[in-house]
Design a protein around this ligand. Structure first.
Ligand SMILES: Nc1ncnc2c1ncn2[C@@H]1O[C@H](COP(=O)(O)OP(=O)(O)O)[C@@H](O)[C@H]1O
Ligand SMILES: O=C(O)[C@@H](O)C(=O)COP(=O)(O)O
Length: 414
């Protein structure tokens, strides 16, 4: 089977979220950690997960173009730039520069939307809403790496991209695929952000993209699932549930999102704090102390967390310098995961945070992940194709019910 949908994802939790949504839509998906050296194995949707959301622009562009070339060589006819449903990025990028580069590979225009109604993301008049709030009034305004303070996506993308940015409004979408395809015909180069409020709107956009032969698409999980539904009629194979190993359970939480902090607060089990200030003072000793605390905890899940509110994050930044806390924490969390799997018998690992997950899974030496049962929308347990026998739930900071850290495990119990 040759994959038809090739996805370049800017982080790992986003890649898993999209793979989950596409699986729900009846298409099979595999997530690759970085661009593989080999050709793609059989699946409908091949997802290359990068760690490019906050990387330097040139690095993000080069990694994304390499991934896109590999996906096109693997036979994908639609190339999909997966970014966050909350458009997480800085004024420098990387959504815009990567979109410019990928548009250059396939016909000069990217069309898309981050709208993903199943997690409450909608776009109206080019403005992104998170639930009932504008993006800029949501907790995303305080993200430690990518604070989102402008809800107007045409303006946000306009600051990042060299290509012009246009939008297609909801009345055109409501008029159906022919109207959207007609509006797209008028766009020669650049990027188009499309309004969408419902799954039906996304299906309309997906049908218009196929009709207009627009094969360079951008968005979050919602539009990818719509493409799968419209292209295959949503009648593909149900997700094949891989077997999940038994073993100790560990939660590593590096996300500082409001939802993750609620999940940390609601967790009813042993909690080991991880502080960037301790790591700056004694990195190896702090990691060893955390591993010893995990070792002493009982059979239930143990939570290691650095998740902090915006004031504490700002304080760490002020004391350690820009980006240093995040770098130390990501390296430490990766080291803790490797130690816990290697010597403490941990086999079921829930990681909260996209950057954090990328660091952890990269260090564990995993190269590809298959989609298992989901603990909620966008929250699939993933099982490595080869390498360590593990079950991994790589959680977007914003996703999951407040009690997720206690309930997630039931989805993989025998
Ligand atoms: N206490 C803290 N102080 C400063 N930065 C932190 C702290 N805890 C975590 N971080 C960093 O914040 C970033 C959170 O990003 P990420 O893991 O992608 O979470 P999310 O999915 O919520 O965006 C990571 O780089 C993480 O290391
Ligand atoms: O689109 C989304 O919201 C997620 O798939 C996503 O990209 C997650 O990113 P993080 O919140 O940084 O984990």
């Amino acid at each position: 089977m040759t994959p038809w949908l090739g996805v370049v994802a800017d982080d790992l939790t986003g890649a898993c979220d999209l793979a989950d949504a596409v699986s729900d839509a009846g298409s099979s998906a595999i997530v690759f950690l970085g661009t593989p050296a080999l050709s793609a194995p059989g699946c409908d949707c091949a997802v290359v997960a990068l760690k490019s959301r906050t990387a330097p622009v040139a690095e993000a562009v080069a990694a994304s173009v390499a991934a896109a070339r590999w996906l096109l060589d693997a036979g994908c006819d639609t190339l999909y730039q997966k970014y966050c449903s909350t458009f997480d990025s800085t004024d420098e990028g990387n959504i815009g520069p990567v979109a410019d580069a990928l548009a250059g590979l396939l016909g000069g225009v990217t069309v898309g939307t981050p709208a993903t109604p199943r997690v409450g993301r909608t776009v109206y008049n080019g403005h992104l809403f998170v639930g009932r709030r504008l993006l800029s009034d949501s907790p995303l305004r305080d993200h430690p790496l990518t604070p989102m303070r402008d809800p107007d996506l045409v303006r946000v993308l306009g600051r990042q991209a060299a290509g012009a940015v246009a939008s297609i409004g909801w009345p055109t979408v409501a008029a159906g695929p022919a109207a959207v395809a007609g509006a797209l015909e008028a766009v020669g180069r650049g990027h188009v952000i499309v309004d969408a409020l419902t799954e039906g709107d996304l299906d309309t956009l997906a049908a218009a993209l196929l009709r207009a032969d627009r094969r360079m698409v951008g968005g979050a999980a919602g539009l990818a699932a719509a493409l799968a539904r419209v292209r295959t009629g949503g009648t593909g194979a149900a997700r094949a549930v891989p077997s999940v190993p038994d073993g100790r359970r560990l939660i590593l939480s590096g996300s500082c999102s409001a939802r993750t902090r609620e999940q940390v607060a609601a967790f009813d089990g042993p909690l080991v704090p991880l502080s960037p200030l301790d790591l700056a003072a004694d990195f190896d000793g702090t990691v060893e102390r955390v591993l010893a605390a995990i070792g002493r905890a009982g059979d239930g899940p143990v939570l290691v967390t650095s998740s902090a509110d915006p004031d504490r994050v700002r304080d760490a930044e002020a004391r350690l310098g820009p980006g240093r806390a995040a770098g130390l924490l990501e390296r430490a969390t990766a080291g803790i995961a490797v130690g816990a799997v290697g010597t403490l018998g941990v086999r079921r690992l829930l990681v909260a945070g996209g950057e954090t997950s990328g660091a952890v899974v990269g260090a564990l030496g995993v190269d590809a992940l298959r989609v298992g049962p989901a603990a909620g929308p966008g929250l699939p347990w993933m099982v490595p194709d080869s390498g360590p026998r593990l079950a991994l739930l790589l959680k977007s900071g914003n996703f999951g019910e407040p009690d997720l850290f206690g309930t997630a495990w039931a989805h993989i119990s025998a």
